[in-house]
Write a protein of this length. Sequence first.
Length: 294
Amino acid sequence: MDHVVRTRNLTKRFGRRTALDGLDLDVPPGEVLGYLGPNGAGKTTTIRLLAGLIRPTAGSAVVFGFDAADQYDALQRRIGYLPGDFVAYPDLTGTQYLDYFAHLYGGVERSRIDLLAKRFDLDLGVRIGTLSRGNRQKVGIVQAFMHDPDLLILDEPTTGLDPLMQREFRELLRETRDAGRTVFLSSHVLSEVDAVADRVAILRAGRLVTVQSVQALRATARRRLDLTFAGAPPVDRMRAVPGVQELSVDGHTAHLVISGSTAGLLRAAAPYEVTNVLSHEADLETVFLDYYNG
Ligand SMILES: Nc1ncnc2c1ncn2[C@@H]1O[C@H](COP(=O)(O)OP(=O)(O)OP(=O)(O)O)[C@@H](O)[C@H]1O
């Protein structure tokens, strides 16, 4: 199979509001796709369509070759779904709740559940209704991962988790990726997907704005660079380099902002005696904000 997820003209309207507008997106096996967009962009709507919870107004979502809306029973065992705000049956304990799903999935090793719970420091003997928000979210995480599904559909999965648990979750995602599973990961925070995603798709106002590898995005990002020379900086030569957007000089140091590759700039500077190079992290955040704001 070429693609684990394939959507064509996937569209969802709620009354007169178009939440998702003609989405064409393919996710190949083994890919971690970060699905980003500002509030209200349509991320959750997409995820609920993929998880077969709502029907499209037009178009289709096909997962493992099955229609997500009509053939969800065939998919249940192969998908792990974690909703954004996990709300489970409050009167059940974690164990009772997860046993129920383990049964639905056709059986899950008890030890697998216990291991995941231990990893996230989750007490499964307590009624879910009495758990804190973050601990409830952990029950959702265990439910999504416990049957080792081929596809994980995760809607802002680290909501409510403390930094330690967020780190643990990222580790779990990495293991999932390394095991060759496919992940559809929605988020509005860049740092969450930056660490694990192969590609990112950016959605705005229900429309797909771009799908690119994280690497390609990074290559277009702006970067700050400080070059210190033994003598006066060769200002004119550096200003002529394609991609140089800002240049100011402070004594023997030139402060630059450059988009794309820094190779041309370093070549231009090389004939002069460079005594220090300070390169700052590529500013991915601004790339995203540009896409978010249109
Ligand atoms: N059940 C619904 N009824 C009416 N409108 C809805 C419904 N669900 C979503 N919408 C609308 O569809 C649009 C997309 O919402 P969605 O929840 O998919 O966005 P999102 O990208 O997940 O946002 P957030 O980051 O805030 O979670 C919003 O304008 C929202 O108000």
